[in-house]
Ligand binder design. Structure first.
Ligand code: SAM
Length: 362
């Protein structure tokens, strides 16, 4: 059945009972007539490899007030404003995807807090049916003035990137960042109840790997939940410290790490030091590809649906959102793209994305 003429360069042919059911699930998009769903038909959104997809990371801007050495290239080739999705366009896309099975949204960037009135976007997303959780990844520099507003708007929790606990080194890694402001931001997020606040630390050999023990110590009194991330080679052929080596370093200083059955929506595995109240997480995109359990999609600031962080295939949604396509027609295009989500990334073969992390949305 040919449902939609290829008005924006897309052939959209298929419609399944499953999709009809998914679209009507939350009431966000009810433009397709309801159809009976066969008993036993799975609900939710699945890709072509039978992975359940329920997590959307939305980059609200490609702009950032820092320029971390592993993330950007220090250039200011930001997208023009008209290329960026409006809050209405982001909310519409999230609503369509929520109707298909997305239940957790994370706002990221660039730096999400440099886009004006990001609390308004959170309120708009919160009003959508079907999204159970809204979280944010931020560099924390503006958090102290935002935490209360974000909480009030409906944000659940924040992850804050901190790659050094030494002020000078922090400034170098971030090309100008102020560690004290970030620490103040973390405190304000905790006070506002954006808990658990998780710290993201990219471990870079020869740059900050001598601070693994200091970061681990931060978890002892519950002041922090730290997630160590293996560096992915976005900006240069960067080396990475393996999680096995990080574990050895931590255990030789503090004793055995105990597994913790806490989880977010992501690929981290969590542990705790003896008698510690904070947790230590490890994310290993390099040494242990976790693609088999990948549950996520990304929406870039300029409206590309990205199916895999490390694969450049994208669906350009912006022309569709700015055309007369209906929500149902866009849902069909989304569905056809999601079915083709790549099975895995190819970092091990040296294949890295052309875009930088800040352009994709980390
Ligand atoms: N500006 C926000 C921040 O700093 O958290 C959000 C955007 S940032 C791109 C999101 C996350 O991506 C951060 O936690 C950062 O550490 C991570 N990231 C960026 N480049 C990376 C790389 N090359 N390898 C591993 N993680 C990276």
């Amino acid at each position: 059945m040919n449902l939609v003429k290829p008005r924006v360069g897309l052939e959209i042919n298929a419609m399944t009972e499953y999709l009809n059911h998914a679209i009507s699930r939350t009431g966000n998009v009810i433009t397709l007539p309801p159809q009976p769903v066969a008993d036993g038909c799975p609900t939710g959104l699945y890709d072509g490899h039978n992975r359940r997809i329920d997590y959307l990371r939305i980059s609200v801007t490609d702009r950032c007030n820092l320029s971390c050495i592993y993330c950007g290239d220090g250039r200011c080739d930001n997208l023009p404003h008209e290329a960026i999705l409006t809050y209405e366009e982001i909310t519409r896309t999230a609503g369509i995807l929520a109707g298909m099975g997305i239940s957790h949204v994370r706002l990221t960037g660039g730096e999400p807090l440099v886009r004006p009135k990001v609390d308004v976007l959170i309120t708009m997303l919160k009003r959508l049916g079907g999204i159970d959780e809204i979280s944010m990844t931020t560099n924390g520099t503006l958090l102290d003035r935002w935490s209360d507003l974000l909480k009030k708007a409906g944000l659940g929790r924040v992850n804050v990137s901190v790659d050094s606990l030494k002020a000078d080194r922090f400034r170098e890694i971030t090309r100008g960042g102020d560690l004290a402001r970030v620490l103040a931001g973390i405190s304000s997020a905790k006070r506002a109840g954006l808990n658990p606040v998780k710290i993201n630390t990219v471990v870079m050999p020869g740059v900050n790997d001598d601070e693994i023990i200091d970061f681990a110590r931060w978890t002892l009194d519950g002041a922090a939940n730290v997630r160590f991330i293996e560096q992915m080679p976005f900006t240069h052929n960067a080396g990475s410290v393996s999680v096995a080596d990080m574990t050895t370093t931590i255990e030789s200083a503090f004793g055995r790490l105990e597994p913790v059955f806490e989880h977010g929506s992501g690929p981290a595995s969590y542990f705790r030091l003896p008698r510690a109240s904070g947790t230590i997480g490890f994310i290993k995109p390099v040494s242990n590809c976790f693609c088999d359990n990948c549950n996520r999609l990304r929406l870039t600031a300029d409206g590309k649906l990205r199916l895999c962080l490390l694969d450049d295939s994208e669906l350009d949604l912006k022309p569709m959102l700015r055309s007369d396509l209906t929500d149902a027609e866009i849902a069909l295009a989304l569905h056809q793209a999601i079915i083709k989500k790549p099975a895995r990334h190819h970092l091990a073969d040296g294949i890295v994305p052309e875009k930088l992390m800040r352009q994709i949305g980390g």
